[in-house]
Design a protein around this ligand. Structure first.
Ligand code: ASP
Length: 581
């Protein structure tokens, strides 16, 4: 080894020992007759010390010559520091250097490699290998490593086995487009990269594996959205001979294990809420339950007063923002502007200020008396000092709009603390979802999800009302995982394909292998997959998943470091049998 210790290791107890360290020059401070170098490696920073007189002149010269990010090896004696640095674990000591070897020089890095960097996103991505030297990014990847380790530990303890499934496959329907890979040997034919290992994990259940998991790359060619990666990682799991209850408790166990072992947080048992309830109380199937501010519907209190906006609305619904009654005109206008933005799409916002003296002031004073407003306030359980924010319109639309406003108010009131965690199971999702573009029902989760037995009878008459044995886990308003109990017989699966608009031929062509497998003794089974990158970013208290991925792509799906995607040669295209016009 080129070193005896790491840069994060030495303490006061090592004083007097001769050691050799290696690492990168984070910083060099040259005071003429005294010179310090902060030497950095993955484990920390140790201060090297050189002093005219005690340090030989040639060595002093060599130390002055090193630059930022040089890779060096330094041998010396551990000494107690005169002025200690309590911010560094190694801050009590320094190394009085006796030998210095430059292992490699370095060009001046394009941005500062310190906790706070001056590098913009693109630059950091272009030189990601330098960015990865920075503590916050390195720590994010270490957290990811720990999460993966603990995931394996937990699932192993529950008898799951990790099985690798292929990457060159055929389309799997998770609702996105496939990335495809042309086959040279089978000209004109293509593999698809898995959007998830869904069909394979179900086949593993038919094989009797009983409990499978895999920390696995998935690929989805979706439209670009901030913080979406075309390739991402899932903790993918499947179990046989279970009910939905078993899945929920097993994977709640996983999440609680991760919180305990990675963050030392005792997460309480995860509450459950049906999809319908979530939409009614929060206007979202992934509510942020770090704070309450539940929706209150007041349509029945608003009629008969000739306020056309409310009278014509299917739904009148609001939230109570605690302690915001004294919002200024300007602040209220800003909220109105916010809900009117095209991304939210409300026509306007009604507010009621519940003043500290018990009076009310509202934007609809013309229509509603103080007594009316008092009954509203009572329904909201509002106290003097609170502010009611009310929207109206078509039920589903207005709920979605109010969800945005609720999240904004949560943010403003500091209720969305990144170091606080609130998990929730959302259950009983609808099986099907209407798609306006194709004018058809689509599987909300995927076509292998089993309908609730009681609801199957509604499939023909009220398909939108059929509920599925499908569930999501939500943490802090982000969907971190989702899964379902599967269909495990050919007949039901064929019926489902039929409802989803597949002809029997299409179903056979695309999923014949699965339908066939279901005729050879498929056990009842179900599973779940967690978005691993996202889960890591939530544990890390970060907004973006990027720093939890070693080499991420940018928002246009590009890897700017290796410059990919890129064109390929005419020769390669020809070999693959691809004609480009
Ligand atoms: N394959 C699903 C997904 O990727 C998860 C599951 O149903 O297990 O979302």
């Amino acid at each position: 080894m080129l070193r005896t210790h790491t840069c994060g290791e030495l303490r006061i107890t090592h004083v007097g020992q001769t050691v050799t360290l290696t690492g990168w020059v984070q910083r060099q401070r040259d005071k003429g007759s005294i010179l310090w170098i902060d030497l950095r490696d993955r484990y920390g920073i140790t201060q090297l010390f050189f002093e005219e007189g005690s340090t030989p002149a040639a060595l002093m010269q060599a130390a002055k010559a090193v630059g930022r990010e040089y890779v060096i090896q330094a041998k010396g004696v551990v000494a107690e520091r005169l002025s200690k640095n309590d911010k560094l674990p190694t801050g009590d000591i320094e190394i009085k250097v006796t030998e210095l070897v430059v292992l490699n020089t370095a060009k001046t890095p394009p941005f500062t490699i310190e906790d706070n960097t001056d590098g913009g996103d693109e630059l950091r991505m272009k030189y990601r290998y330098l960015d990865l030297r920075r503590n916050p990014v390195r720590e994010s990847l270490q957290l990811r490593h720990k999460m993966a380790q603990q995931t394996r530990t937990y699932l192993d303890s529950q008898n799951f086995i990790e099985v690798e499934t292929p990457v060159l496959i055929k389309s799997t329907p998770e609702g996105a487009r496939d990335f495809v890979v042309p086959s040279r040997i089978n000209n004109g034919e293509f593999y698809a990269l898995p959007q998830s290992p869904q069909t394979f994990k179900q086949l593993l259940m038919v094989s009797g594996f009983d409990r499978y998991y895999q920390i696995v790359k998935c690929f989805r060619d979706e439209d670009l959205r901030a913080d979406r990666q075309p390739e991402f990682t899932q903790i993918d799991c499947e179990m046989s001979f279970i009910t939905q209850e078993d899945i929920l408790s097993t994977f709640e166990g996983l999440i609680r294990h991760l919180f305990k072992t990675v963050k030392n947080i005792d997460m309480p048992s995860v509450p459950r809420m049906t999809y319908d309830e979530a939409m009614k109380l929060y206007g979202s199937d992934k509510p942020d339950t770090r704070f309450e501010m539940k929706f209150v519907e007041i349509k029945e209190l608003t009629g008969g007063k000739n306020f056309p906006v409310f009278d014509s609305a299917e739904m009148v619904v609001g939230i109570c923002a605690k302690g915001c009654a004294e919002y200024t005109r300007k602040q209220l206008d800003e909220l109105t502007e916010y809900v009117k933005r095209p991304q939210v799409g409300a026509k306007g916002l009604v507010y009621v200020q519940c003043k500290a003296d018990g009076s009310f002031k509202s934007s609809v004073d013309k229509f509603y008396s103080a007594d009316d407003l008092k009954t509203w306030a009572a329904k909201f359980n509002a106290q003097p000092g609170d502010l009611l924010l009310i929207l109206s319109g078509e039920t589903n639309t207005v709920r979605k709009q109010l969800n945005e406003l609720r999240l904004l108010m949560g943010e403003k009131l500091g209720l969305r603390d990144k170091n606080k965690f609130s998990a929730l199971w959302v259950i009983d999702f609808p099986l099907l979802e209407w798609d306006d573009e194709t004018k058809r029902y689509h599987a909300m989760h995927h076509p292998f999800t089993s309908p609730k037995p009681d609801d199957i009878k509604l499939l023909d008459t009220r398909p939108g009302d059929v509920r599925a044995n499908a569930y999501d886990m939500v943490i802090n308003g982000t969907e971190v995982g989702g899964g379902s109990i599967r269909i495990h017989d050919r007949e039901t699966q064929s019926m489902m394909f039929n409802h989803l608009g597949f002809t029997p031929e299409e179903a056979k062509k695309q999923f014949g292998f699965l339908l066939d497998a279901f005729e050879f003794g498929a056990p009842p089974h179900g599973g779940i997959a967690f978005g691993f990158d996202r889960l890591c970013s939530i544990f890390g208290g970060a907004d973006s998943i990027r720093d939890f991925i070693a080499f991420p792509k940018n928002n246009s799906g590009r890897d700017v470091m290796i410059d990919s995607p890129s064109t390929i040669s005419a020769e390669q295209l020809k070999e693959l049998g691809i004609k480009v016009s």
